[in-house]
Write a protein that binds this ligand. Structure first.
Ligand code: NAD
Length: 482
């Protein structure tokens, strides 16, 4: 890599990335501690970048989706990322504060000291998705930079215009020794996952996540995997059914259902099914009265994903299940802008019950006993999000205590993911590791225990050094207590 190409944070090939990582490693070793001001400056540079280029980025996202309202892109991607970056900037001093630890006796009496030093890991590689193309790069970046790391971003090739704009503006505005971007398809992704980063963050599907972890294991690179899954929503009979339906409809319409925490499976008491459906569709219709040409409806991102969703619906139709469409009148599909299809009680073996939907469709499952719902959820993979709507605190506790998921929102949907103060991440098949808040800072730091020895050493006097005296073993044995 030439000195000139190092001046740009826009990388052109995996070889260039490999060279940059060597420079990063050297700089990390030479710089020593990464101070508060350096961390804040790197975070501020990322904030300035998004503020300066938000319009261009939103236009690119609109073009890549073939219809994504710029206001929505601002809210979801730009403001979402700025929220994480500003929170990190404003809390990093507190997160970096000294962390003294209690020394064990009797060394605590002899003047020994101990503390945990949170060191940057080095360089963090971040692979993003197309569905939230800026957020899935910049929100983990906020945590990585707060911990004093450098970073390299790999945007998704499914949104090429956004990736191109991002690579250009980062290349122009950021120091490649702080943050760089590499663009490209699956081959570049594969090369990226095999690089000797100090930590790798991958946001994407569970299947690709497994490949990433395999590739990272070659270099023993620790991974944060932000994956997907089939997030369930349980509607209890104890709550306000209309309000639950309204809030779920708002969540389901967000980004055309193309959200990792979008509700996939909605469990409704069998006798409340019609009431729920009519309230849900009424809200959906209010939000999206038309589909064709409606700028508020986010398009399915490409024909491949459209065919995937059409396939789920056809498979359900073939098994003879009911499908309700909201809004009802939008029976004629309009390109990749689609009404929401609600598939009711499909067989457990159907494709829509197996795969993450990730688009404008949802499954409604009726139930009589909430214990069976919990059993059914537990029989599947661990979801990224779980939603419960109800007013019975005992039932709520039962659900919380008997299920596992990345996060939970009660009496609403999606909200927990917006908590900058609290960790966001999956469990089991929905991922591992977190970003956001102090947990994000810790994720990208190495907590190094430091022990300063006591000025005096009494081990000789205590008789615990070789050559061992006769009473040594008896003295040790006397301490084997409960
Ligand atoms: P994807 O797994 O197809 O791709 C994600 C990224 O991985 C892209 O940048 C792609 O280029 C790269 N990639 C693809 N194959 C690769 C390989 N073999 N080796 C290395 N890199 C490779 O995911 P997607 O379609 O972009 O996104 C949708 C998925 O992401 C859904 O499952 C969704 O739930 C999940 N998601 C999760 C979160 C979260 O925070 N947990 C957020 C958004 C999306």
């Amino acid at each position: 890599m030439t000195k000139e190409s190092l001046m740009s944070a826009q990388l052109t090939s995996p070889d260039a990335l490999s060279e940059l990582l060597k420079h990063h490693r050297k700089a990390t070793d030479e710089q020593g501690v990464v101070g508060l001001e350096d961390r804040k400056q790197r975070l501020q540079a990322a904030i300035d970048l998004l503020v300066d280029h938000h319009e261009e980025l939103c236009e690119a996202m609109d073009a890549d989706f073939g219809g994504r309202h710029p206001g929505f892109s601002l809210m979801n991607d730009i403001l979402g990322s700025l929220g994480s970056l500003k929170h990190a900037r404003d809390h990093v001093e507190q997160w970096m504060a000294g962390d003294p630890r209690q020394v064990f006796p009797p060394y605590d009496q002899l003047g020994a000291e101990a503390w945990v030093q949170y060191q940057p890991k080095g360089t963090v590689g971040i692979i993003g998705t197309w569905n939230a193309p800026i957020f899935t790069l910049f929100s983990p970046l906020a945590s990585a930079l707060s911990a004093g790391n450098r970073a390299v971003l790999k945007p998704s090739e499914v949104v090429p215009k956004t990736a191109e704009v991002l690579a250009r503006i980062v290349g122009e505005a950021l120091d490649p020794m702080d943050v760089a971007v590499i663009t490209g398809g699956v081959e570049v992704g594969q090369a990226f996952a095999g690089m000797p980063f100090d930590h790798l963050v991958f946001t994407g599907s569970t299947e690709v996540g497994k490949k990433i972890m395999r590739a990272a294991s070659e270099n023993l690179v620790p991974v944060t995997l932000e994956l997907g899954g089939k997030s369930p929503a349980i509607i209890s009979r104890t709550g306000d059914i209309k309000e639950a339906a309204r809030r779920l409809a708002i969540a389901k319409g967000t980004n055309g259902g193309q959200l990792c925490i979008s509700p996939d499976l909605v469990y409704v008491p069998v006798d409340l099914r019609d009431e729920f459906l009519s309230a849900f569709c009424a809200t959906y219709q209010e939000l999206y009265p038309t589909v064709a040409g409606n700028p508020d409806v986010v398009s399915v991102v490409n024909d491949r994903h459209m065919a995937r969703i059409d396939g789920y619906l056809q498979d359900a139709r073939d098994s003879g299940v009911d499908i309700v469409q909201c809004p009802e009148e939008a029976s004629v599909a309009s390109g990749r802008k689609r009404p929401l299809s609600i598939v009711i009680n499909p067989p457990l073996t159907s494709a829509i019950m197996r795969d993450e939907i990730f688009g404008p469709a949802m499954v409604l499952l009726t139930y009589s006993d909430i214990k069976h719902v919990v059993q059914e959820i537990n029989s599947g993979e661990r979801p990224l999000a779980l939603y419960y709507f109800g007013e019975d605190r005992a039932e709520e506790r039962f659900v919380l205590e008997h299920t596992r998921s990345g996060g939970v929102t009660l009496n609403d949907a999606l909200m927990h993911a917006a908590m900058e103060e609290a960790p966001f991440g999956g469990v089991g098949a929905s991922g591992m590791g977190h970003y956001h808040g102090r947990e994000g800072f810790l994720q990208f730091s190495h907590p190094r225990t430091v022990f300063r020895g006591a000025p005096v050493d009494l081990r000789g006097e205590w008789g615990v050094l070789p050559p061992f005296a006769e009473q040594f073993a008896a003295g040790m044995a006397a301490q084997v207590t409960r």
